[in-house]
Design a protein around this ligand. Structure first.
Ligand SMILES: [Zn+2]
Length: 259
């Protein structure tokens, strides 16, 4: 089963690499096969096998020998790691996203793998382009809401409230900083993440998002990589915070109850 999950993750990772490159640039995903950006040669299927082809070709185009961007094998590997961890640690995730235990097991597992896919897509596009596409937040939000409504009726209203709370909190920061600290994309992303996480979960993932965001911001400032005014996308930190929440929330709640 794990082998199958990794295979799926590599294929999806390959798709994510192309999707996250094409969609923000308004290039159709369906249109045309992958081609080398330098010599425009079409890439045949045997040169398009996730990770393996990159290694066999030693990272160079078969036709013109120009280097292939390392982002493709990197995204494929990230996808494989994320899917494997989410699959293997599913019981731990269920402990932290409590309402998942109300959803039938196989459906809930598919939802968790869907989360891995969605989080990776949003992370990459926001990291590279500083935008969060409406569609990449809307569909996951709808799916989460429907699952909550169908299987976990006693959670659904509190979770919607948490989603709205998360979003309003970031909107407030957006208004105070006049859009310099927080984009509206982050507000939409928080609506989705907060709805999945619930109230306690939202406190946890927001906390980690600000901690990791501040830490990276300080490091970049020290190395003068980014000027104070220049924007660092916040979405990736919301996602990192959310992933930390997925694995630590129940531990933290026990910790706080003890004190
Ligand atoms: Zn080429």
């Amino acid at each position: 089963m794990l082998f199958f999950i990794i295979l799926l993750a590599l294929i999806l990772g390959s798709f994510i690499g192309a999707y996250t490159y094409r969609v923000p640039r308004k290039i159709s995903v369906a249109k045309g096969r992958s081609m080398c950006p330098f010599c425009k040669a079409q890439i045949s299927w045997y040169d398009n096998i996730p990770v393996i082809s990159y290694l066999l070709l030693k990272g160079r185009c078969r036709n013109c020998k120009k280097p292939i961007s390392v982002r493709y094998p990197a995204i494929e590997l990230a996808s494989a790691v994320l899917f494997s961890v989410f699959y293997l640690q599913y019981p731990l995730i269920e402990k932290n996203i409590v309402w998942l235990s109300d959803v039938p097991y196989s459906l809930s597992l598919v939802f968790v793998l869907f989360l891995a896919f969605v989080l990776l897509v949003i992370f990459i596009i926001d990291w590279e382009q500083q935008i969060i596409l409406d569609s990449s937040v809307f569909w996951p939000l709808l799916v989460s809401f429907v699952l909550l409504l169908l299987f976990s009726e006693n959670h659904v209203y509190l979770h919607l409230f948490a989603g709205l709370g998360s979003a309003l909190f970031l909107l407030l920061i957006n208004l105070i900083t006049r859009g310099r600290g927080m984009g509206l994309g982050d507000v939409k992303l928080a609506l989705f993440l907060g709805t999945v996480a619930g109230i306690w979960g939202s406190l946890v993932y927001m906390f980690w998002a600000f901690i990791t965001g501040a830490a990276v911001g300080i490091v970049l400032l020290l190395f003068k990589k980014k000027k104070m005014k220049s924007q660092i996308a916040f979405g990736p930190f919301l996602i990192i915070g959310f992933i930390i929440f997925m694995f630590t929330s129940s531990f933290l709640s026990r910790f706080f109850v003890t004190f």
